[in-house]
Design a protein around this ligand. Structure first.
Ligand SMILES: CC(C)(COP(=O)(O)OP(=O)(O)OC[C@H]1O[C@@H](n2cnc3c(N)ncnc32)[C@H](O)[C@@H]1OP(=O)(O)O)[C@@H](O)C(=O)NCCC(=O)NCCS
Length: 182
């Protein structure tokens, strides 16, 4: 049942598949330079209605759903999702996340990301999950650590944002590590 909403263990935070009715909320939540700053270049600023439409079209057509809207007390506040790797990296998954700034610093993303991580290991065949983070973004690294990922090292100059190269901090967790904490 991977296209249904994902519960987090907290009634106020749920993960929902995107739908077109979220457009205004998505654009309002995403349109902040401090959100785009450490995201991949495909997450733009300014974040326009066109950007929101394209994203929702893409995300809502996934089967199974890989990109989830984070909904807090009924309000859209950000996204969490994953990409799978093909062929020899089958079972390896990369997660990413963002929240609108007014929702930062309340521990929300750790709750949301843990729910998706648990579902990936329990129900979707993940064997390893990783979360690469730009060196200049320690708050995202803390989210990775809070959900049980280990800091695995630095990949110098691995990341490019707006043409500038940054070191990447690699965090990851294997299924065996995840099972050992349960
Ligand atoms: C990364 C992000 C999702 C973190 O989500 P969050 O729910 O705010 O995370 P947390 O509340 O767990 O806080 C993470 C860390 O931020 C720091 N922090 C918390 N409150 C803070 C405050 N008031 N002031 C400054 N830093 C603070 C702490 O180090 C905290 O870790 P700790 O709780 O172990 O002390 C959010 O900052 C974000 O959306 N950033 C923009 C997009 C982005 O960079 N995405 C990730 C790309 S890899």
């Amino acid at each position: 049942m991977t296209n249904d909403l994902l519960r987090t263990g907290r009634d106020d935070i749920v993960l929902r598949p995107y739908d077109s009715g979220m457009l205004d909320e998505v654009v309002t939540a995403a349109n902040h330079p401090e959100v785009a700053r450490y995201m991949a270049d495909r997450f733009p600023f300014p974040y326009t209605v066109d950007d929101g439409e394209q994203w929702i079209d893409h995300a809502s057509s996934q089967d199974p759903t890989r990109s989830y809207a984070v909904v807090w007390n009924g309000e859209f506040i950000g996204g969490v999702g994953y990409e799978t790797f093909e062929a020899e990296l089958n079972g390896t998954v990369e997660m990413g996340w963002w929240l609108t700034p007014s929702a930062w610093h309340q521990g929300i993303m750790a709750v949301a990301a843990r729910a998706l991580m648990d579902d990936l290991f329990e129900n979707r065949g993940a064997m390893r999950i990783e979360a690469p983070v730009m060196h200049a973004n320690p708050n995202s690294g803390r989210v990775a650590e809070k959900i049980g990922m280990t800091f695995e090292g630095v990949a110098p100059s691995r990341y490019v944002k707006h043409g500038v190269r940054y070191d990447q901090l690699n965090h990851g967790i294997t299924k065996a590590q995840w099972e050992s904490t349960r």
